[in-house]
Design a protein around this ligand. Structure first.
Ligand code: WT7
Length: 631
């Protein structure tokens, strides 16, 4: 197909075409899909409301492009290879034909339970093939899926269910993860006590652990599909109908539901997958992300399957049974493209090269990185020891909101540079703005990363609150989408992401709002006030540092610290638990009562030497006390 770029010259040519005439550019890519009806207008947009529409009035079903389209050409090829947590358990291969049948069957089962086009369905399923089957089955019947990472707590799950008023939850009894067996259904049970919209819970048997099933609400997955037809006629969806909602954290306390739509998301995830990873037919591709995050949506399920790829889905963790597990799986399945997160690379780097040595890793052609800036040391380790110096690394920058990779090398086609995401994909028009909104043109500039032209897979709204979408992404810099990231364009024109410029921290590639963690901390009855900041962490990239004012009432600091951390785990989940928690007598505040986070960030980073002018603070004396008690 003509939509794969093969050379640097080809990239430059395609990029120019995409900017000069976006409509012709995207139409030629979209033409290769199966549309039930073609579009009247390719794109219509304004970034003020904002309102963005791609492939206007076109009709399609994304699953016809993910599944049906491949049945004659590669029906017997593996679509998904599932590798279980325990290396001694058999892996499962689902061909395109088998996946098609399972998706259609589960789609029918959901329909039989009253789910119809437009209904929201929550997927709280760990990394088993049924998570992908569930997503595609929703898309098949036009239900809107919202996958919630199966590590979130019951209260975080309930908030998401209530925000989108979902009718159904799909889940599993439990989850095998490393040496642990984690309850999953029990979390759902607790969540749905406070979610009036939920009518049905369908539970997959995975671990066999005991669960409670409530009459009239609960049904087993295997019972739901028993005797159900494996044929299903795909629902006709408008290109701008919702495909899914995915909740993500921002600078306010409440996660927001990022909305992606059918047509544009399909075209862009396919195009970016093919070009960034330079996927060839027959290759085996593995992305280690969880389906609970956007990376799992776009680059385990939709992008690869749209491209007719073989996509590996891995249930386990990088260090179980030992730190060689990733490499064992690479050799076992002869993986060609491997896509993971810097935090995993750093964690494995800490074990040295010994766990890699037993493996050949000679099938690898491309290595990918996503989620946070990859530091040079980790980049080189990945390049030299995993890629043996012969695999290009694609450092892919993107966000839940962008739906797909926006800035990244194209493997082996465009240059790489350690710690740089390098160049925008065709169709993506990044600009760097200073704080006043002036565009910084030319090279060797640094500022706020914005995008000035729409791309097909950009978010359309935040569910149920369009004003919040406008406020968050389109109001800081008029006429631009604002990413929240700082960026540098170096002397050669390559982009290097510098990290968030807002109150969002990136912990192991997972986005956390500081306000969200503070809200959770404040739920503890003895907490008076708290402030959360990020600090540099060797493995996680950023760690969570919480400063907390407490009513001690004779309690020991240690027991309170533990209790407060537990509160956060309970309200959000273990991923939000503070790494460090300092009980302080006060928080540094300006005369208008605003917490001076700059000071707290410096102290958290272990550098309290030059805090700047603190004399204008309302309470300069607390700074000394905080410095003394710093961890
Ligand atoms: C934020 C988005 C994209 C899927 C995973 C995270 C940071 C992401 C990179 C990268 C530097 C990166 C940014 C971005 N980020 N990729 N290659 N280099 N930073 O998705 O949870 O929506 O987080 O992750 O800060 O804004 P997300």
């Amino acid at each position: 197909m003509s939509d794969r770029i093969h050379s640097l010259g080809g990239y430059i040519h395609e990029y120019q075409k995409s900017v000069q005439d976006p409509e012709t550019f995207w139409a030629s890519i979209a033409d290769s899909f199966h549309w039930q009806k073609k579009w009247d207008k390719l794109v219509e947009w304004n970034f003020d409301e904002p309102k963005v529409e791609w492939f206007k009035n076109a009709k399609l079903n994304i699953t016809e492009n993910v599944l049906d389209r491949h049945l004659y050409t590669r029906g017997d090829q593996a679509a998904i290879i599932w590798e279980p947590n325990d290396p001694n358990e058999e892996h499962i291969t689902l061909t395109y034909k088998e996946l098609h049948a399972k998706v259609c069957q589960f789609a029918n089962a959901m329909k039989a339970k009253g789910i119809k086009k437009g209904d929201r369905v929550i997927i709280y399923i760990p990394m088993v093939p049924e998570a992908a089957i569930a997503m595609l089955a929703c898309a098949r019947i036009g239900a809107v899926h919202s996958v919630v990472f199966a590590g979130f707590s019951a209260s975080a799950l309930a908030d998401r269910i209530n925000d989108c008023e979902a009718k159904m939850v799909l889940t599993s009894d439990g989850n095998f993860r490393g040496a642990k067996q984690i309850p999953v259904k029990a979390v759902v049970d607790e969540a749905v006590e406070n979610t009036p919209s939920i009518e049905t819970v369908i539970t997959l048997k995975r671990t066999g652990q005991e669960v409670t099933m409530k009459e009239g609400r609960d049904i087993w997955w295997h019972d739901a599909i028993d005797g159900v037809s494996t044929e299903n006629k795909a629902e006709a969806m408008d290109a701008e109908d919702m495909l899914f909602i995915l909740y993500t954290s921002g600078s306010t306390g409440k996660p927001k539901g990022v909305v992606h739509t059918c047509g544009g998301y399909m075209v862009y995830t396919y195009y970016s997958f093919k070009n960034v990873f330079q996927y060839n037919q027959g290759d085996v591709y593995w992305c280690t992300a969880d389906v609970g995050w956007i990376t799992g949506h776009s680059y385990i399920v939709y992008g690869p399957l749209l491209a007719g790829a073989t996509s590996i889905m891995f249930e386990g963790v990088p260090t179980f049974p030992d730190a060689g597990r990733f490499w064992q799986v690479c050799d076992k399945h002869q993986v060609n493209q491997f896509y993971t997160a810097p935090t995993a690379i750093r964690a494995l780097q800490a074990f040295g090269t010994e766990p890699i040595e037993p493996y050949k890793l000679d099938s690898l052609k491309v290595l990918g990185s996503v989620g946070e800036p990859i530091n040079e040391e980790a980049w080189h380790w990945y390049h030299d020891h995993v890629g043996k110096g012969r695999c290009p690394i694609v450092d892919t920058w993107w966000q839940t909101e962008t739906g797909g990779i926006l800035i990244s090398p194209l493997a082996g086609v465009t240059p790489t540079k350690p710690a740089y995401a390098t160049l925008p994909l065709p169709g993506i028009q990044p600009v760097i703005l200073d704080n006043e909104g002036n565009e910084l043109k030319g090279n060797s500039v640094e500022g706020n990363l914005c995008i000035k032209f729409p791309w097909p897979s950009m978010l359309r709204t935040t569910y149920g609150d369009h004003e919040r979408c406008r406020q968050t992404y389109f109001s800081s810099f008029a006429g631009h989408y604002f990413t929240g990231d700082g960026v540098k364009r170096d002397e050669d024109g390559y982009y290097r992401i510098l990290g968030r410029v807002d109150d969002v921290i990136n912990v192991s590639g997972h986005r956390m709002g500081t306000a969200e963690v503070e809200n959770a901390i404040n739920e503890h009855p003895m907490v008076v006030e708290s402030a959360v900041v990020g600090y540099p962490h060797d493995i996680k990239g950023q760690g969570i540092y919480a400063y907390v004012i407490c009513d001690m009432e004779g309690r020991s600091e240690e027991s309170l610290q533990n209790e407060i951390k537990q509160t956060v785990t309970k309200i959000i989940g273990p991923i939000a638990k503070p790494d460090k928690l300092q009980i302080v007598p006060g928080l540094p505040k300006t005369r208008s009562g605003k917490i001076m986070r700059r000071i707290l960030r410096k102290i958290a980073s272990g550098d309290a030497s030059n805090l700047g002018d603190i004399s204008t603070l309302l309470n300069p004396e607390v700074v000394e006390a905080i410095k003394e008690g710093a961890q």
